[in-house]
Design a protein around this ligand. Structure first.
Ligand code: NAD
Ligand code: GLY
Length: 368
């Protein structure tokens, strides 16, 4: 078992990473069960695959389980499902001191975290992430949100969980495409500031994506350790350090918007293509060696992730894609901070990017 601490004074918490942790969750979570019961919120896919393991383990520890099962998919991060969830939690007589368990991917984690932040002015929640994306990124750090008509994640709160319980074996039932999309967020940690970890990714991606337990566990532990350190340093993304975690997200968001935030391009796939674009744009500006940009592109291509506009199924021109970027919630005083790189492991935040130039770059990319 590995333990990573997110050090945030009174809001500090542990991340537990252990193969088979779900089957022992009863022991771990018993202390969070008021009156011997826990409400577990999940989606229909996870209910069919992983919920029975959690229920069995909780029942063996004499904890009664009240499951709330929501539809799977991004559309569940909505006002409608938030209201439905809050009503269901109120019907379960959740009190302020209670813990709600979020069992699922980033959609369930983001929604349950936001519900916990507002229910009775704030109750507690535990993250039990079941996608690779959620295990290496979204379950840690307390960003919670639902989507608005105007854009993704526009309504939410910083609200930290009490515990993150990660069982890499839950990934056994995750569709391979979802695992690959989550892997983009693993690569991201190497590209931000850890070139040795990027080298590890190049050497071990095949094993990780084939389900090797050691490779999976190492990647998760390394990723959450990096994220925990960043969150402890810049919880609310004010100093610029946490913003580094958005590498590839500005380009990626525009690609996701162009493909309608649909199954055409999953979030992690958009991040993958976005990171490749960010490195190639940095090389075009003369900031980053061309060889580094090529190495990033080659790795994403080798694992079957989108790495350019064509593989992201995007046909829009540069002006249209930059138009999507203007709706980015990071836009401030007419400027969009951009993550660029001086090389692999040397990402930095630039406030000098000229959006017309980005549009011209994207048109060059589109022309091939
Ligand atoms: P998701 O939660 O939609 O899960 C992807 C799919 O996998 C869903 O169909 C789900 O039902 C299914 N699934 C989950 N676990 C499974 C399992 N073990 N076996 C079988 N099927 C399983 O998507 P995601 O990629 O986990 O998360 C994406 C969301 O996370 C987006 O809404 C994004 O905005 C958010 N996000 C948040 C943060 C943050 O810091 N809070 C960071 C990155 C992304
Ligand atoms: N996923 C980006 C962040 O947590 O800040």
């Amino acid at each position: 078992m590995a333990l990573v601490r997110v050090a945030l004074d009174a809001r500090s918490y542990d991340i537990v990473i252990e193969q088979g942790a779900l089957d022992r969750a009863g022991e771990t979570l018993r202390g969070f069960a008021r009156k011997g019961r826990l409400v577990v919120v999940t989606d229909a896919n996870v209910a069919a695959t992983q919920l029975p393991r959690l229920e069995a383990s909780l029942r063996a520890a004499n904890v009664a389980v009240e499951p709330i099962i929501l539809p799977p998919g991004e559309q569940t991060k909505s006002w409608r499902h938030l209201e439905q969830l809050l009503d269901a939690l109120l019907a379960q007589e959740i009190e302020r001191g209670d813990h709600i368990v979020a069992l699922g991917g980033g959609v369930i984690g983001d929604l349950v975290g936001f519900a916990a932040s507002i229910l009775k002015r704030g109750c507690h929640f535990v993250q039990v992430p079941t996608t690779l994306l959620a295990q290496v990124d979204s379950s840690v750090g307390g960003k919670t949100a639902i989507n608005a008509k105007a854009g993704k994640n526009l309504i939410g709160a910083f609200y930290q969980p009490s515990l993150v319980l990660i069982d890499p074996s839950t990934l056994d039932s995750l569709p391979p495409r979802e695992t690959r999309a989550g892997y983009a967020e693993v690569v991201k940690y190497g590209l931000i500031d850890d070139p040795a970890f990027f080298g590890w990714c190049e050497a071990n991606a095949d094993a990780l994506l084939a389900g090797d337990p050691d490779a999976r566990t190492y990647a998760i532990e390394h990723s959450v350790s990096a994220k925990a350190a960043i969150v402890a340093d810049d919880e609310r993304e004010t100093s610029g350090r946490r913003a580094l975690l958005n590498l590839g997200h500005t380009f990626g968001h525009a690609l996701e918007a162009d493909t309608g935030f649909s199954d055409t391009l999953l979030h992690g796939e958009g991040v993958a293509a976005g990171m490749a674009l960010a490195f190639r744009y940095s090389a075009r500006l003369g900031l980053c060696p061309v060889e580094d940009a090529e190495r990033v592109t080659a790795h994403l291509k080798a694992v079957g992730l989108p790495h350019d506009l064509a593989t992201a199924h995007v046909t829009a021109d540069g002006t249209a894609l930059v138009g999507h970027m203007l709706h980015d919630k990071k836009m401030a005083a007419g400027t969009l901070p951009f993550l660029l790189a001086r090389g692999i492991g040397q990402t930095f935040l630039s406030k000098d990017v000229v959006l017309d130039d980005v549009a011209a770059f994207l048109d060059e990319e589109r022309a091939g």
